[in-house]
Design a binder for this molecule. Structure first.
Ligand code: NAP
Length: 242
């Protein structure tokens, strides 16, 4: 990959921070963003990482982040990593939760990455890479987080279409989907088993990029994708209550 900036949204915690730390350790110039000012300050204190405050659901924040990036020069790697996951049951008592959270979940997981990518596309260097992070839940949803699954399925589809479009771009920009398994972060606190660490996820993701994959399957995702190909119904049953 060329020299230039690495940009990781949601790089102030979880998988994004593990990616940022690993790349900064390798000497990359890394810019991350997040909403919480304390986490932004903590990330800023780490060597090789510059953290900027940005809420991807706020149009003016995305524009400011893009302007900051334009001031810093070309991007070699953009990782659209930030996401939130809300659990609720639409048919029961959680209608107020749905109404309150719907824009945050879609804005963070889908429209935010789409807008940021569009704004910084002119900055992508020849041979650079855009990575959008999805999940097995992009293939088939689970019961408890309907909108999260819908945003990941939409991001998966968007990523494939963007890859088709940029195939004609003379800069040779790669567009990669990275599908993660359960990772031990704040997003999965108190649920799931067999989680891998954020550091493990970051290492496998970067190894997949080094191997020039268009879709990077981290951990047991490879087996889940194979199962989904063989029997979508069985995969759906397995993930429905995951
Ligand atoms: N953990 C898993 O098991 C798992 C499985 C499959 C896929 N994934 C995917 O992996 C990625 C990373 O997840 P994670 O588990 O590392 O999550 P995490 O630990 O909850 O971290 C999420 C990061 O995104 C930031 N963020 C959240 N909302 C934001 C917003 N509106 N604007 C800007 N930044 C925002 C958070 O910081 P602030 O809260 O301070 O903004 C934080 O830095 C996500 O795309 C997730 O869907 C995770």
């Amino acid at each position: 990959m060329p020299a230039g900036l690495t940009v990781i949204t949601g790089g102030t915690a979880g998988v994004g921070l593990a990616l940022a730390r690993r790349l900064a350790h390798q000497g990359e110039q890394v810019v991350v963003c997040g909403r919480d000012r304390t986490r932004v300050a903590a990330a800023n204190a780490r060597p090789g990482i510059e953290a900027l405050r940005c809420d991807l659901t706020v149009e003016s924040d995305i524009a400011s982040l893009a302007a900051e990036l334009h001031a810093r020069g070309g991007i070699r790697l953009l990782v659209n990593n930030a996401a939130v996951q809300f659990g609720y049951r639409v048919a029961e008592h959680d209608r107020d939760d749905v109404l309150r959270d719907v824009d945050t979940e879609i804005g963070t997981n889908l429209t935010g990455p789409v807008k940021l990518t569009a704004l910084v596309l002119p900055l992508m260097l020849p041979g650079s890479t855009i990575v959008n992070i999805t999940s097995a839940l992009a293939l088939t949803p689970k019961r408890s987080a309907p909108l999260y699954c819908a945003t990941k399925a939409a991001l998966r589809s968007y990523t494939t279409a963007l890859r088709y479009q940029l195939a004609d771009d003379e800069r040779g920009i790669r567009v990669v989907e990275a599908m993660l398994p359960l990772v031990d972060t704040a997003m999965t606190a108190g649920r799931g088993s067999g989680k891998i660490s954020p550091e493990h996820a970051a290492r496998e993701l970067l190894e997949g990029l080094d191997r020039n994959r268009s879709v990077v399957h981290v951990g047991r995702i490879r087996a889940l994708v194979a199962l989904h190909r063989l029997s979508p119904a069985l995969a759906a049953r397995l993930l429905r209550d995951s």
